[in-house]
Design a protein around this ligand. Structure first.
Ligand code: PLP
Length: 447
């Protein structure tokens, strides 16, 4: 057997064992994979990556049935949306779920339901997609940023209490990239200060924390089913909760303020919006439950393998997760330490990785410096709601987000569809990083 055949056989065996839940050390032969592609060596990953999103022919007839029925909106009774809500709640172990038009509208709805109003403050994780900030701003509330823990990439519970004021109404942690936050600590602070907790689980479908699913750990949880997500429907979202009345309040708000159960008619009883999901979306989502479960296990097995490999390589660290938690890896994030790569900058590292056939991204930047928050706090409305001194101190406080700045500077991430590849592709990723590290001094000299 040649070395290459042995490597291939080992990779195939590893993949098979992983499906059975076995934990295996990374491929030992991967260590001498030659020169980096940027220095004239062979690409570590010559093939492509699984495409995303991905549909199945067998989903099509139901979509056609809905199309031909003419009943596309959930206004009225029956149809696929209520079925999806019931099944989504069951899958997560939530008491109740509400389908929404998007993750953003799920967040807006949830903040309304827990009582966030104009002039309130919400403690928010800064390392997130911009919709998290926007959902607070849309309620004319102030998103006050907790810091990010540089090792977990999620909200640092130690940074929350100093940011609580008499106006704070809620905490909005984000299970970013599908990695559960330290929810026990966050919930304990919320309880002590009588604050609501809305989980942004928009990237955390089936992620687990101490035996419970993300989205069922706070007062309400919010999900996104946008096109890039692990269970996509083009656009779409959901709110989940353990308190039925609270979810029913969300239902009213998302349905033009109609009282819960009154799906049609014109009488509105609360403020509201039209954030309803369509039956087409619900059908696509229901079709993907088994796929989601299987692919989640596949991503998790490959992520475990990468974590073991990265820990062995050093200098590029995987995230630290809370005890007894299970991430679902919407992307696989790594903390890059240039000092351990002979000063090779993050962008040089990413360029070298790309030459190996492995595209990566740099993660979120410090979005609070972009202008969105300046636009809000300089608006007439915000100036009516807060005094100048508070808004000035608020703007200056962004400089204190040292952990977040560090995460933004050092993050390198690969996307979720890459984790759906086979085990040999994970070896290619590790091989590429090993090569780049071994030749980092030479690579650092290249522009
Ligand atoms: C963390 C996070 N929050 C909120 C959202 C908003 O979801 P949507 O795009 O479905 O409105 C997203 C979607 O990308 C997200 O990743």
């Amino acid at each position: 057997m040649t070395r290459r055949d042995f490597v291939r056989t080992t990779a195939a065996t590893t993949a098979a064992l992983t499906w059975l839940g076995a934990k295996i050390a990374p491929n030992v032969f991967a260590a001498d994979a030659g020169k980096p592609a940027l220095l004239g060596g062979q690409r570590a990953h010559p093939g492509g990556w699984p495409k995303w999103p991905d549909w199945r022919k067998e989903w099509e007839p139901e979509i056609l049935d809905i199309l031909r029925s003419g009943r596309w909106s959930r206004a009225g009774s029956g149809g696929k949306v209520p079925v999806f809500e019931e099944e989504w709640a069951k899958l997560l172990g939530a008491k109740k779920a509400l389908a929404t038009a998007s993750g953003t509208t799920a967040l807006i709805t949830s903040l309304y339901a827990v009582g966030v109003d104009a002039g309130d403050e919400v403690i928010v994780a800064p390392y997130t997609f911009i919709a998290t900030y926007n959902s607070v701003l849309i309620q004319k509330a102030l998103p006050v940023f907790a810091d990010t823990d540089p090792e977990t990439f999620t909200m640092d519970p130690k940074s929350i209490e100093s940011r609580i004021t008499e106006r704070t109404k809620a905490i909005l942690p984000v299970h970013i990239y599908g990695m559960p936050c330290y929810m026990d600590e966050i919930n304990a602070i919320a309880k002590k200060h009588k604050l609501a907790v809305v989980e942004d689980a928009c990237q955390a479908w089936l992620a687990e924390y101490k035996g419970r699913k993300c989205g069922t750990l706070g007062d309400l949880g919010c999900f996104s089913f946008q096109n890039s997500k692990h269970i996509p429907s083009g656009e779409g979202g959901a709110v989940t909760g353990m308190n039925e009345k609270l979810v029913d309040k969300c239902h009213s708000y998302h349905n033009c303020g109609r009282s819960f159960g009154a799906n049609t008619g014109t009488g509105s009883f609360t403020r509201g919006n039209n954030f309803r999901m369509q039956h087409f979306q619900a059908s696509i989502l229901l079709s993907q439950f088994e796929k989601l479960k299987k692919e989640t296990a596949h991503r998790q097995a490959n992520a475990d393998y990468l974590i073991a490999g990265l820990n062995e390589i050093g200098g590029i660290a995987p995230a630290r997760l809370p005890e007894k938690s299970r991430a679902v890896w919407h992307v696989f994030p790594m903390r890059y330490d240039a000092t351990q790569f002979n000063g090779l900058t993050k962008s040089q590292f990413m360029k070298a990785l790309s030459a190996e056939g492995i595209s990566s991204g740099g993660g979120y930047h410090e979005q609070y410096n972009d202008g969105l928050l300046d636009e809000a706090i300089n608006s007439a409305g915000y100036k009516r709601l807060w005094n100048v001194k508070r808004l000035k101190a608020y703007r200056e406080s962004f400089k204190d987000l040292k952990g977040n700045a560090q995460v933004c500077a050092n993050m390198v991430r690969i996307s979720q569809n890459m984790l759906l590849a086979d085990r040999s592709a994970m070896d290619h990723i590790l091989d590429a990083i090993r090569k780049i590290k071994a030749y980092s001094a030479e690579l650092a000299k290249k522009a």
